[in-house]
Design a binder for this molecule. Structure first.
Ligand code: PGA
Ligand code: ZN
Length: 435
């Protein structure tokens, strides 16, 4: 038997950043190499993403994963034991075939992504390489890849929407250090902004705690107040809004929109997609916003397209719920002109191979890609290695607090040390080559 043949799969119930159970998988190869990975969990999930298997019932409020763990040590282990861990595509395909559903409902997207990523770790271990390098060397040809660099961080400062009791409609108020020389400086500038924002919030009695992804849980009365406070925090931190540190929003509009109608809780009114587009474009002009994710709901592609037509061409428009890390959906959104950037979340797809296919579809269409964590996370840092190894230009893992977030930003620093520098993609202005 080859050294890279899978000899054992072990599933373990561990706990995520919301204190809920999740799936950890450990893969052992016949040559002794091991790999381990943990499935994350979303809260504002897209309707078409891979489904997590949850037990339901009274235990842990229904969130337990005993069934998903049984899938790992039962049918999945039976199918992949003896297979070559270096052949990621074959292993992922074996799981997809075994599952047999369009959304991983049978084996569970949580069981499948944890297994798939653990296999990747084991293969890197057998090759005696750090994960990012193994991913880089096995990623295949792509004209977007010259030499590995670090991704530009997109970092949450205020949480809202489904992550903070819907205090404001917009789910993420984030910053992107578009003027930073490198990854290290981008983190340092963001740290100053995060600290400044916390002080401003505390002084004005607007601070209610931290939201699911570590951003401040604000007591704002309007979405605009959040944007204005963020601009003030950037200035207090000594940075120029828009030039050095810009704003970025994840509107996560599927959470408050249906059938082209959008319910704004803070403003207590319902608006159509054209009015929502007008409001967002007005914010783009007023608040140095360079990127907007899910400006419209997943069931409103027409709204997306109309928004993209009206928005400034330099605006990064990101599809999350609309694309759900699916290559076909990425291609369709590009063809229709619905967005110019794909959010890439491995557990939306359910396997590493399908995640890579979605990212390749984006790069093939000259769209940018942002590798992203979920709101329910752990110490698992696989996605940072994927972002570097696959040449994704950006990384989004939540805020600048809470260790499930910081573990990932810090892993980027370690990879930078191994690369011999913290260079970001290209030297031209963000968004790369679009305006
Ligand atoms: P989720 O949200 O992980 O709760 O789905 C993250 C996002 O919308 O980007
Ligand atoms: Zn999102």
């Amino acid at each position: 038997m080859s050294r890279t043949a899978i000899s054992r799969l072990h599933g373990r119930r561990v706990w995520d950043s919301r204190g809920r159970p999740t799936v950890e998988v450990q893969v052992e190869l016949s040559g002794g190499a091991r790999g381990r990975a943990i499935a994350p969990a979303g809260a504002s999930r897209g309707r078409h993403e891979a489904i997590d298997l949850r037990d339901g019932g009274p235990r842990f409020d229904g969130w337990d994963v005993a069934e998903a763990l049984r899938a790992v040590t039962g049918p999945i282990a039976d199918a992949v034991t003896g297979m070559d861990a270096a052949d990621q595509a074959a292993i992922d395909q074996a799981m997809i075939d075994l599952d047999g559903t369009p959304n991983k409902a049978e084996l569970g997207g949580n069981a499948m992504i944890a297994t798939s990523m653990a296999v990747l770790h084991a293969a890197a271990g057998a090759a005696d390489q750090p994960l990012w390098r193994h991913v880089w060397e096995t990623a295949g040809p792509s004209d977007t890849r010259t030499a590995p660099v670090l991704p530009l961080p997109e970092i949450q400062i205020f949480g809202g929407g489904a992550h903070a009791g819907r205090r404001v409609d917009v789910q993420d108020f984030m910053v992107i250090a578009t003027g930073a020389d490198d990854y290290e400086q981008a983190l340092a500038w963001t740290a100053e902004v995060y600290i400044a924002a916390g002080k401003i919030m505390a002084e004005r009695a607007l601070l209610q705690g931290v939201a699911d992804e570590g951003g401040y849980w604000p007591a704002f009365d309007t979405n605009e107040q959040a944007a204005e406070t963020l601009i003030q925090a950037i200035e207090t931190a000594g940075r120029k809004p828009g030039e050095e540190v810009a704003l970025s929003l994840d509107v996560a509009a599927s959470e408050f929109g249906q059938g082209g109608r959008y319910r704004l809780t803070r403003d207590d009114r319902e608006i159509g997609s054209a009015e929502l587009a007008e409001m967002l474009i007005d914010w783009v002009r007023r608040y140095a916003i360079v990127s907007i994710e899910d400006p419209m709901a997943e069931d409103d592609p027409e709204g997306f397209i109309a928004f993209a037509r009206r928005a400034p061409t330099s605006l990064q428009i990101v599809g999350d719920d609309l694309l759900v890390t699916d290559a076909e959906r990425v291609r369709a959104a590009h063809r229709d002109g619905a967005c110019n950037t794909a959010l890439i979340k491995p557990n939306q797809a359910g396997t590493v191979t399908e995640t890579k296919a979605a990212l390749d579809a984006a790069h093939g269409a000259r769209m940018d890609a942002i590798v992203s964590a979920r709101s329910g996370e752990t110490e698992d840092v696989t996605i940072v290695h994927l972002a570097v190894g696959w040449g994704a230009k950006q990384l989004k893992v939540g805020s600048f607090s809470r260790s499930e977030r910081m573990a990932k930003w810090n892993e980027g620093l370690r990879i930078g040390d191994a690369l011999g520098g913290f260079a970001l993609p290209g030297r031209s202005a963000f968004p790369w080559g679009r305006s």
